[in-house]
Write a protein that binds this ligand. Structure first.
Ligand SMILES: [Cu+2]
Length: 156
């Protein structure tokens, strides 16, 4: 009698564990979906980065960014210099979720790995950092990286 009762209890225990596993399995994607819905309503933190400057120095201003994973950002890129520059940070781009890049009247949705700004151009990159780490940034135009057009982006 007692032995049988214990067996029944064990079976119920197993069923409860299985049910709990299913609940976690099913609940996780739903939670992620509502999280991203909330994120899109979150006003983005704006950060402006200048590619070069009006004195045509080969540098980013600022050249160090600190971001927090899971927050929404609008990175405002500008090029006040008289030559084109790139914002190239491929590993960083792999570690974020890009919502869109806006430039003029155009919005580009989805993953972006590199942005080129011609003289006087502006572009807004809206994204959510996901993967913590320290990532390099550079301008691959010959001579620019060597002249100091580099930076780093930290995701905490
Ligand atoms: Cu450059």
């Amino acid at each position: 009698m007692t032995k049988k009762f214990l067996e029944v209890l064990q079976r119920i225990g197993v069923v409860i564990v299985i049910l709990l596993s299913f609940t976690i399995f099913i609940a996780t994607p739903v939670k992620a979906a509502s999280l991203s819905g909330d994120l899109l309503k979150q006003p983005p933190t704006e950060i402006t980065v200048s590619l070069g400057n009006s004195a045509n120095e080969l540098k980013y201003e600022p050249n160090h960014l600190e971001l927090v994973a899971g927050k929404r950002y609008k990175l405002k890129l500008t090029n006040p210099s008289n030559q084109k520059h790139y914002f190239t940070a491929k590993d960083f781009a792999d570690g974020i979720w890009t919502q869109k890049v806006e430039a003029g009247k155009v919005e580009v949705k989805g993953a972006i790995h590199e942005i080129e700004l011609k003289p006087g151009a502006e572009a807004d990159w809206v994204f959510v950092p996901l993967k913590p780490g320290k990532y390099g940034l550079h301008c691959p135009i010959p001579g620019h990286t060597e002249a100091g057009m580099t930076g780093d982006i930290v995701i905490q």
